[in-house]
Design a protein around this ligand. Structure first.
Ligand SMILES: [Zn+2]
Length: 113
């Protein structure tokens, strides 16, 4: 969950608390329909918190494929960065000396110096 998501959840919960308190005040001193309206409105921010938690879970699942081990150490992060920077399979197996025929970074031999 990102920092902005946590801030949003805090704002949602504060709004819900304020609406619930207003519903209690309306129940004691105001018309019953207003208390019901504020109580109903107070559930909407709670739904927003649930949705924000669901979005955070979806973001986590999109970043990490299912059943993939979680990289924890600095060595894992280094390997992950190297694998992400790899161009194509031939580039990887030739230690960066050559590219696949269909690779966009391949320089034709006729134009090589
Ligand atoms: Zn390549």
């Amino acid at each position: 969950m990102t920092r902005s998501s946590r801030l949003l959840c805090a704002l949602y919960l504060a709004t819900s608390t304020g609406l619930a308190w207003t519903a209690v005040l309306e129940l004691r001193y105001g018309p019953l329909w207003a208390a019901a309206a504020f109580a109903g409105a107070g559930t909407v921010p709670v739904i927003a918190v649930v949705r924000e938690l669901d979005l955070a879970e979806q973001r986590r699942a999109a970043v990490r494929p299912p059943h993939a081990p979680v990289a924890t150490g600095a060595a894992d992060a280094l390997v992950r960065a190297e694998l992400d920077a790899a161009c194509c399979e031939r580039w990887w197996t030739s230690l960066g000396a050559d590219h696949d025929a269909g690779c966009a970074r391949r320089v034709p031999r006729s134009s090589a110096a």
